[in-house]
Write a protein that binds this ligand. Structure first.
Ligand SMILES: [Mg+2]
Length: 219
Protein backbone atom coordinates (compact mmCIF):
# COMPACT_ATOMS: atom_id res chain seq x y z
CA UNK A 1 0.00 0.00 0.00
CA UNK A 2 1.34 3.44 -0.83
CA UNK A 3 0.23 7.02 -1.21
CA UNK A 4 -2.28 8.94 0.85
CA UNK A 5 -5.38 7.14 2.11
CA UNK A 6 -8.39 7.48 -0.16
CA UNK A 7 -10.49 8.82 2.76
CA UNK A 8 -9.38 11.01 5.65
CA UNK A 9 -12.26 9.97 7.90
CA UNK A 10 -14.02 6.61 8.30
CA UNK A 11 -17.34 6.55 10.15
CA UNK A 12 -18.33 3.11 11.38
CA UNK A 13 -21.74 1.83 12.41
CA UNK A 14 -21.75 -0.46 15.44
CA UNK A 15 -24.66 -2.95 15.53
CA UNK A 16 -24.36 -5.57 12.76
CA UNK A 17 -21.17 -3.83 11.57
CA UNK A 18 -18.49 -3.67 14.28
CA UNK A 19 -20.34 -6.42 16.12
CA UNK A 20 -22.59 -9.20 14.94
CA UNK A 21 -25.53 -8.38 17.19
CA UNK A 22 -28.27 -5.75 17.29
CA UNK A 23 -28.11 -4.39 20.84
CA UNK A 24 -31.79 -3.59 21.20
CA UNK A 25 -32.73 -7.05 19.93
CA UNK A 26 -30.24 -8.65 22.32
CA UNK A 27 -31.86 -6.81 25.22
CA UNK A 28 -35.33 -7.73 23.97
CA UNK A 29 -34.36 -11.40 23.86
CA UNK A 30 -34.10 -11.25 27.65
CA UNK A 31 -37.82 -10.45 27.85
CA UNK A 32 -40.80 -12.71 27.18
CA UNK A 33 -41.17 -14.04 23.65
CA UNK A 34 -43.92 -11.64 22.60
CA UNK A 35 -41.91 -8.56 23.58
CA UNK A 36 -38.78 -9.93 21.97
CA UNK A 37 -40.36 -10.79 18.63
CA UNK A 38 -42.24 -7.48 18.47
CA UNK A 39 -39.05 -5.51 19.03
CA UNK A 40 -37.10 -7.54 16.47
CA UNK A 41 -39.76 -6.98 13.82
CA UNK A 42 -39.52 -3.22 14.41
CA UNK A 43 -35.71 -3.28 14.17
CA UNK A 44 -35.77 -5.20 10.93
CA UNK A 45 -38.31 -2.81 9.38
CA UNK A 46 -36.19 0.19 10.37
CA UNK A 47 -32.91 -1.26 9.10
CA UNK A 48 -34.54 -2.34 5.85
CA UNK A 49 -35.74 1.23 5.31
CA UNK A 50 -39.44 0.39 5.62
CA UNK A 51 -40.02 2.51 8.72
CA UNK A 52 -38.23 5.66 9.98
CA UNK A 53 -36.31 5.00 13.17
CA UNK A 54 -38.03 7.76 15.16
CA UNK A 55 -41.27 5.78 14.93
CA UNK A 56 -39.65 2.71 16.44
CA UNK A 57 -37.08 4.12 18.87
CA UNK A 58 -39.22 4.99 21.88
CA UNK A 59 -41.57 2.05 21.31
CA UNK A 60 -38.75 -0.47 21.41
CA UNK A 61 -37.03 0.96 24.50
CA UNK A 62 -40.21 1.36 26.47
CA UNK A 63 -41.19 -2.25 25.80
CA UNK A 64 -37.81 -3.49 26.96
CA UNK A 65 -36.99 -0.93 29.72
CA UNK A 66 -33.37 -2.18 29.97
CA UNK A 67 -31.71 -1.97 33.38
CA UNK A 68 -28.25 -0.50 33.89
CA UNK A 69 -26.86 -4.00 34.54
CA UNK A 70 -28.40 -5.37 31.35
CA UNK A 71 -26.78 -2.60 29.30
CA UNK A 72 -23.43 -3.35 30.96
CA UNK A 73 -23.92 -7.00 29.98
CA UNK A 74 -24.65 -5.88 26.42
CA UNK A 75 -21.17 -4.32 26.24
CA UNK A 76 -19.77 -7.79 26.97
CA UNK A 77 -22.03 -9.37 24.35
CA UNK A 78 -20.81 -6.81 21.80
CA UNK A 79 -17.22 -7.85 22.57
CA UNK A 80 -18.02 -11.54 22.25
CA UNK A 81 -19.50 -10.94 18.79
CA UNK A 82 -16.89 -8.46 17.52
CA UNK A 83 -16.41 -8.44 13.73
CA UNK A 84 -13.35 -10.39 12.58
CA UNK A 85 -10.31 -8.12 12.02
CA UNK A 86 -12.15 -4.99 13.22
CA UNK A 87 -9.52 -4.11 15.81
CA UNK A 88 -6.65 -4.62 13.34
CA UNK A 89 -8.45 -2.57 10.67
CA UNK A 90 -9.00 0.35 13.04
CA UNK A 91 -5.34 0.27 14.08
CA UNK A 92 -4.16 0.20 10.43
CA UNK A 93 -6.40 3.09 9.45
CA UNK A 94 -5.31 5.19 12.42
CA UNK A 95 -1.64 4.42 11.73
CA UNK A 96 -2.17 5.81 8.21
CA UNK A 97 -3.59 9.03 9.67
CA UNK A 98 -7.26 8.25 9.08
CA UNK A 99 -9.69 9.50 11.73
CA UNK A 100 -11.97 6.64 12.79
CA UNK A 101 -15.32 7.28 14.49
CA UNK A 102 -18.22 5.15 15.65
CA UNK A 103 -21.65 6.74 15.19
CA UNK A 104 -24.49 4.59 16.47
CA UNK A 105 -28.17 4.78 17.21
CA UNK A 106 -27.42 2.24 19.95
CA UNK A 107 -27.06 2.70 23.68
CA UNK A 108 -24.05 4.72 24.78
CA UNK A 109 -23.32 2.77 27.96
CA UNK A 110 -22.76 -0.38 25.90
CA UNK A 111 -21.36 1.20 22.71
CA UNK A 112 -18.72 3.37 24.43
CA UNK A 113 -16.77 0.67 26.32
CA UNK A 114 -16.99 -1.65 23.32
CA UNK A 115 -15.67 0.93 20.83
CA UNK A 116 -12.94 2.37 23.05
CA UNK A 117 -11.83 -1.24 23.59
CA UNK A 118 -11.34 -1.41 19.81
CA UNK A 119 -9.07 1.63 19.91
CA UNK A 120 -11.51 4.39 18.97
CA UNK A 121 -11.10 7.59 21.01
CA UNK A 122 -13.82 8.38 23.60
CA UNK A 123 -14.60 11.67 21.87
CA UNK A 124 -15.12 9.86 18.56
CA UNK A 125 -17.84 7.52 19.86
CA UNK A 126 -21.39 8.83 19.51
CA UNK A 127 -24.49 6.99 20.71
CA UNK A 128 -27.71 7.55 22.69
CA UNK A 129 -27.69 8.08 26.45
CA UNK A 130 -30.17 6.23 28.64
CA UNK A 131 -31.36 7.32 32.06
CA UNK A 132 -31.81 5.10 35.12
CA UNK A 133 -32.95 5.70 38.67
CA UNK A 134 -30.75 5.00 41.72
CA UNK A 135 -31.70 1.31 41.56
CA UNK A 136 -30.57 1.08 37.94
CA UNK A 137 -34.12 0.86 36.57
CA UNK A 138 -34.81 2.39 33.18
CA UNK A 139 -36.41 5.85 33.24
CA UNK A 140 -35.91 7.07 29.67
CA UNK A 141 -33.49 8.04 26.91
CA UNK A 142 -32.06 11.27 25.50
CA UNK A 143 -34.86 12.33 23.18
CA UNK A 144 -32.82 15.32 22.01
CA UNK A 145 -30.08 13.15 20.53
CA UNK A 146 -30.00 13.47 16.73
CA UNK A 147 -29.22 9.74 16.64
CA UNK A 148 -32.77 8.72 17.48
CA UNK A 149 -33.85 10.17 14.10
CA UNK A 150 -33.65 8.65 10.64
CA UNK A 151 -31.35 11.42 9.34
CA UNK A 152 -29.53 11.76 12.68
CA UNK A 153 -26.19 10.34 11.60
CA UNK A 154 -26.05 12.89 8.76
CA UNK A 155 -26.83 15.70 11.21
CA UNK A 156 -24.13 14.44 13.54
CA UNK A 157 -21.56 14.50 10.71
CA UNK A 158 -22.58 18.02 9.77
CA UNK A 159 -22.09 19.10 13.38
CA UNK A 160 -18.67 17.44 13.69
CA UNK A 161 -17.17 18.99 10.51
CA UNK A 162 -14.66 16.14 10.02
CA UNK A 163 -11.73 15.96 7.57
CA UNK A 164 -12.92 15.02 4.07
CA UNK A 165 -13.29 12.93 2.12
CA UNK A 166 -15.42 10.91 4.53
CA UNK A 167 -16.36 7.24 4.07
CA UNK A 168 -19.42 5.99 5.96
CA UNK A 169 -19.65 2.25 6.60
CA UNK A 170 -22.67 0.32 7.82
CA UNK A 171 -25.42 -2.19 7.21
CA UNK A 172 -28.58 -0.13 7.71
CA UNK A 173 -30.80 2.59 6.30
CA UNK A 174 -29.64 5.25 8.81
CA UNK A 175 -26.09 4.76 7.51
CA UNK A 176 -27.19 5.40 3.93
CA UNK A 177 -28.61 8.78 5.01
CA UNK A 178 -25.11 10.18 5.61
CA UNK A 179 -24.30 9.75 1.92
CA UNK A 180 -27.74 10.79 0.72
CA UNK A 181 -27.43 14.09 2.63
CA UNK A 182 -23.97 14.70 1.16
CA UNK A 183 -22.33 14.66 4.61
CA UNK A 184 -20.33 11.56 3.66
CA UNK A 185 -18.50 11.43 0.33
CA UNK A 186 -19.00 7.69 -0.07
CA UNK A 187 -20.96 4.89 1.56
CA UNK A 188 -19.77 1.30 1.89
CA UNK A 189 -22.38 -1.34 2.69
CA UNK A 190 -20.88 -3.78 5.20
CA UNK A 191 -22.27 -7.23 4.51
CA UNK A 192 -20.21 -9.30 6.95
CA UNK A 193 -23.28 -9.94 9.10
CA UNK A 194 -26.39 -8.91 7.16
CA UNK A 195 -27.20 -8.18 3.54
CA UNK A 196 -30.04 -5.71 3.02
CA UNK A 197 -30.95 -5.17 -0.61
CA UNK A 198 -31.98 -1.51 -0.27
CA UNK A 199 -28.78 -0.66 1.58
CA UNK A 200 -26.53 -2.46 -0.89
CA UNK A 201 -28.31 -0.78 -3.81
CA UNK A 202 -27.67 2.65 -2.27
CA UNK A 203 -23.98 1.94 -1.63
CA UNK A 204 -21.00 3.17 -3.64
CA UNK A 205 -19.40 -0.20 -2.95
CA UNK A 206 -19.74 -3.26 -0.74
CA UNK A 207 -17.25 -4.60 1.79
CA UNK A 208 -17.64 -8.12 3.16
CA UNK A 209 -14.91 -7.84 5.78
CA UNK A 210 -12.82 -5.33 7.69
CA UNK A 211 -9.73 -6.53 5.83
CA UNK A 212 -11.47 -5.52 2.60
CA UNK A 213 -12.41 -2.17 4.12
CA UNK A 214 -8.77 -1.46 5.02
CA UNK A 215 -7.69 -2.25 1.45
CA UNK A 216 -10.36 0.06 0.04
CA UNK A 217 -9.30 2.99 2.21
CA UNK A 218 -5.53 2.55 2.04
CA UNK A 219 -5.54 1.37 -1.65
MG1 LIG B 1 -26.16 -1.40 11.99
Amino acid sequence: MSGAPRYRTVVLDVDSTLTGIEGVDWLAARRETETASGVMRLTERVMAGEMPIEKAYAARLERIAPTRLEVAALAEAYRDAVAPDARAAIASLQAAGVRVLAISGGLRDAVLPFCTGLGIADADVHAVKLRWNADGEYTGFDRRSPLVKQTGKARMLQRLALPRPILAVGDGSTDVEMRRAGEADAFAAYTGFTHRARVVEAADFVVRSFAELTERVLR
